[in-house]
Ligand binder design. Structure first.
Ligand code: NDP
Length: 483
């Protein structure tokens, strides 16, 4: 019997009220581990200790904080192969993506380690004579981090690293389908020179421990990445306590492929954007808005590319697309395939469950043709290896279709025209826009976030993170007249 992996409560590794099994979606006979489920009593204990630890941490010297974040980031990067293997084993993304994710998570910590030393305020003269004003940022307090399974280490890290950098305590509720990566990261953080209980790990279901966490008046700020319905529930809970909240949610990102695009480049952007991570990315290219003049040539290569993708066990050499994360997610994907067909879309390839030597949640990458932007498959986030082609007759129509969505996270254009690229960059109603690059794949030192139903509250990452993880204090100082 495998040992039960524990939660980190008030600075101690603690057993839970219950435990769950975590199995490899590439091979269900592979038990990744057993993971304790935190109880609500433990949540109260850890929140109380976090409050005390946060004050101590905020008073640490800047270089001491910097050293802690640097050590976490350096260890993640050094262990990217080992922890990437674990991540791919429990989440199902191919090993290169798992390893890359852990390395990127390390870069979030080293970036925010350096930011520890760059927390510089502003000063001003008062409108009243002989009075000076000092404007500085202070920690917000105890931050609840609620993260999803699709980037279990990176998403958590781009929240935890700035939270710690700006002097806060963290209580982290990871997704229950990816607890092993969470325990590994928590173990690294807890080993550092931090006050006892500054960082907590509370594993358990969103409906139970997650809901209790977001309802707690002991939480000063909530940062969440996940689905729109859960996000709306979290915002409603947060408002009861007037808790600060920031949320990254769904998307329906479009890649516009113009008649003057480099055809091979456009096809590779579409394939990578649609099927990377099995399409389970908030930045996935799920709508391909294609100019009629290039449509047939583009579709021929796209479908051939999707058909030739190697689907298999996440840890097997040469695999381009792993399994779907869970049976529930796979069933939803298959339901979207049936929905698309019933709406009149033509399924050109894929979209079917695959049998493999290992028992897992495999599905072939699917391409819908002859779709219109009002179909539900083009309006709802599917989070699946499925993409839809929408034919348009002009650049203007393409831009209008790209912007016709309730979401607004990323969008991209493939074109050789500087004028179109510039116009698109300025007029696409998304938080991130790309030119001749995939809609997925962003940097860590600049803001990330969207518009509409995609995001709520301040941007994440880069210097923009300070807005959420700090609160501003304006001090007025009358120095008096020297004697
Ligand atoms: P959820 O929104 O359900 O889960 C995201 C996180 O929130 C998980 O840690 C989850 O815990 C937690 N959670 C769930 N319910 C609550 C609650 N009431 N209070 C507090 N926390 C809660 O997303 P799913 O993982 O179920 O995925 C469903 C769909 O959401 C996907 O198909 C996709 O469309 C979208 N999604 C979008 C993401 C993005 O990056 N844009 C990321 C993930 C999902 P637990 O999982 O343990 O229950």
């Amino acid at each position: 019997m495998a040992e039960i992996q524990r939660n980190l409560i008030a600075g101690e590794w603690a057993a839970g009220s219950d435990a769950i099994e975590n199995r490899n979606p590439s091979d269900l006979s592979d038990l990744v581990g057993l993971f304790a489920q935190a109880g609500t009593g433990q949540l109260d204990d850890t929140l109380a200790q976090a409050r005390v630890a946060q004050r101590e941490w905020a008073a640490y010297g800047l270089e001491r904080k910097q050293a802690v974040l640097n050590a976490i980031g350096t260890e993640l990067m050094a262990r990217a192969e080992e922890l990437g293997t674990l991540l791919s084993r429990e989440e199902g993304k191919p090993f290169a993506e798992g390893k890359g994710e852990v390395f990127r998570a390390g870069q979030f910590f080293t970036y925010y380690a350096a930011e520890c030393l760059r927390q510089i305020g502003e000063n001003a003269d008062s409108v009243r004579p002989d009075i000076e004003i000092d404007v500085r940022r202070e920690p917000v307090g105890v931050v609840a981090v609620i993260s999803p399974w699709n980037f279990p280490t990176a998403t958590a890290s781009w929240k935890i690293a700035p939270a710690l950098c700006y002097g806060n305590a963290v209580v982290w509720k990871p997704a229950n389908v990816t607890p092993a990566s969470a325990v590994a990261l928590a173990e690294i953080i807890n080993r550092q020179d931090i006050p006892k209980g500054l960082f907590s790990l509370v594993m358990g279901s969103g409906r139970a421990i997650g809901q209790a966490l977001v309802e707690s008046p002991q939480v000063d700020a909530i940062t969440f990445t996940g689905s729109v319905p859960v996000g709306k529930g979290i915002a409603a809970a947060a408002i009861q306590n007037l808790t600060k909240v920031q949320m990254e949610m769904g998307s329906k990102n479009a890649l516009a492929v113009m008649d003057d695009a480099d055809l091979d480049l456009a096809v590779s952007l579409a394939l990578g954007g649609a099927f990377g991570g099995s399409g389970q990315k908030c930045t996935a290219s799920s709508r391909l808005v294609v100019h009629a003049a290039i449509h047939d040539a583009f579709v021929e290569k796209l479908v051939a590319g999707a058909r030739s993708m190697k689907v298999g066990h996440a840890l097997d050499e040469g695999v381009q697309m792993g399994p779907i994360v869970s049976d529930g997610q796979l069933q939803e994907n298959l339901a979207y395939v049936a929905l698309g067909k019933s709406e009149g879309a033509e399924l050109a390839c894929g979209g079917a469950r695959l049998d493999m030597p290992h028992d897992g949640f495999y599905m072939s990458p699917g391409v819908f043709l002859n779709t219109t932007n009002d179909m539900r498959i083009n309006r709802e986030e599917m989070f699946a290896p499925l993409t839809s082609v929408i034919r348009v007759d002009s650049y203007e129509e393409a831009l209008s279709v790209v912007n016709d969505t309730n979401f607004g996270l990323t969008s991209g254009i493939a074109t050789r025209s500087l004028a179109r690229a510039t116009h698109f960059r300025r007029n696409a109603r998304t938080g991130v826009v790309t030119v001749n690059l995939p809609t997925a794949g962003t940097d860590y030192h600049v803001p990330f976030g969207g518009r509409g139903d995609s995001s709520y509250g301040p941007r994440e990452q880069g210097k923009a993170a300070a807005e959420f993880y700090t609160t501003v204090k304006t001090a007025y100082i009358s120095a008096g007249i020297p004697e």
